[in-house]
Design a protein around this ligand. Structure first.
Ligand code: TRP
Length: 412
């Protein structure tokens, strides 16, 4: 069976994201918008799957993934085409992960968790991991100079390196710095990307630059296969990035490239400190940055974290708190308390009123600070960026192979 022809029914559905509310207007009650460039309203994660045509993960699929709290607790809760990836991972044949970063500012907690998940997959089953940094996209989408975007790119690269991927099995690309390989492939894919599709999927874009960018991200998602040959590829991302996967699957099939359509592993957003919704560096909402010291983490959580506690001590003792909306608890659940029993014990003590919001905050602070401390130690142990990055960059041979497979062989 050829991968190029087996359209799942979902892919045949129109790939539009448009709800009643698009393009900037605040969605009405019960409505929401999710595209790579706009997230608004209260997200109904199940409805979103219907809209996007993705499937909830089954218990069986979750059991097949390397054990990780973000899967067990369904932070990553849905996917498209994950079985092919799981089969390859299980039988030890080549398989790849692509998870990228748009370098528009310092990285915060929500940005790095998918990278740690990718590292876990790499350690568990030997997955090849590709990490593209879309500096072009952020230059186009944000009001920042190339100089500033460049500073964020170099800063973010240090955080990516600090995660500790295996250089033998990991490639990091930066769109403007690796344009020799990315641009020709993106052009080939762009041939099949019509303005109508782009508008249906992403909404109206301000510039032709952003209209073209989906061809670049589609290139990222195919890159492991173009470099190393056809293999199941999985893209673990927050749901807002799913449109890029759908567009990639669509154009990859039209170009008859020697690749399988990449699959997606779709995640919920880490709640913002101020309550449900997307964590964003661009908004004014306070957030925890990877560079924060323990005092800053403590202050940020003490002063800004939304809690599920009651307004008075007596009421809390009597009626208990609500862990489902409590942001410090949700942080523990997302990542920072991997032990299910311990997590449930915390929830129980909170619900019963025994544990106070302030105490729960301190618990989260301690865990997050310990995690950041280790991350920061690895980051500060890095030498100069260029030499640290070198073993992760595409080699000359890899670049030529990718261009050849994409049917755009290098000129010189
Ligand atoms: N567009 C993503 C963002 O804005 C970053 C990104 C670029 C990415 N290429 C990717 C994410 C490939 C996942 C896979 O955050």
């Amino acid at each position: 069976m050829s991968d190029d022809t087996d359209d799942t029914p979902h892919d045949a559905a129109p790939i539009s994201n448009r709800s009643a509310a698009v393009d900037g207007a605040e969605p009405a009650d019960g409505e929401f918008t999710v595209t790579p460039y706009a997230v608004a309203g209260e997200i109904d994660y199940d409805k979103l799957l219907e809209r996007f045509g993705a499937d909830p993960l089954t218990d069986e699929q979750i059991a097949q993934f390397p054990d990780h709290p973000m899967l067990r607790r369904r932070t990553f809760y849905a996917g498209r085409d994950v079985d092919r990836y799981l089969e390859a991972a299980e039988s030890g044949v080549p398989h790849a992960i692509v998870t990228g970063r748009g370098p528009s500012g310092p990285m915060h907690l929500g940005h790095v968790l998918p990278l740690y998940l990718a590292k876990r997959f790499q350690q568990a089953t030997g997955a090849t991991v590709y990490i593209p940094l879309s500096d072009d996209e952020k230059y186009l989408a944000k009001d920042q100079s190339f100089e500033v975007i460049g500073e964020h790119t170099r800063d973010n690269l240090r955080d990516v390196l600090a995660v500790g991927f295996d250089p033998e099995r990991t490639r990091i690309v930066v769109d403007t710095a690796d344009a020799d390989v990315i641009y020709p492939i993106a052009v080939r894919l762009a041939k099949h990307l019509t303005p109508a599709t782009v508008e249906a999927v992403y909404g109206e874009q301000d510039t032709v630059g952003l209209q073209f960018y989906p061809a670049v991200q589609a290139t990222h998602l195919l890159l492991p296969q173009l470099v190393d040959g056809r293999q199941p590829t999985l893209v673990p991302i927050a749901v807002d990035q799913d449109p890029h996967v759908r567009v990639c699957r669509d154009v990859a099939a039209k170009e008859a490239l020697p690749v399988s359509k990449p699959g997606a592993l779709l995640g919920r957003f880490l709640p913002s400190l101020e309550g449900p919704g997307k964590m964003s560096t661009s908004g004014d909402a306070p957030s925890i940055e990877l560079a924060d010291d323990p005092e800053t983490v403590a202050e940020t959580i003490r002063n800004h974290a939304y809690t599920g506690g009651r307004s008075t001590l007596e009421e809390h003792r009597e009626k208990g708190g609500d862990p489902t909306v409590d942001v410090p608890f949700q942080y523990l659940r997302f990542f920072f308390e991997p032990d299910d029993e311990k997590l449930e014990a915390v929830a129980e003590r909170y619900r019963s009123g025994e544990l106070l919001s302030g105490e729960l905050k301190e618990l989260a602070i301690e865990r997050i600070a310990a995690f950041l401390d280790k991350h920061q130690q690895r980051r500060s142990a890095l030498g100069d960026l260029e030499s640290e990055l070198e073993p992760y960059r595409l080699t000359g041979a890899e670049r030529r192979r990718a261009l050849e497979r994409a049917g755009v062989p290098a000129q010189f």
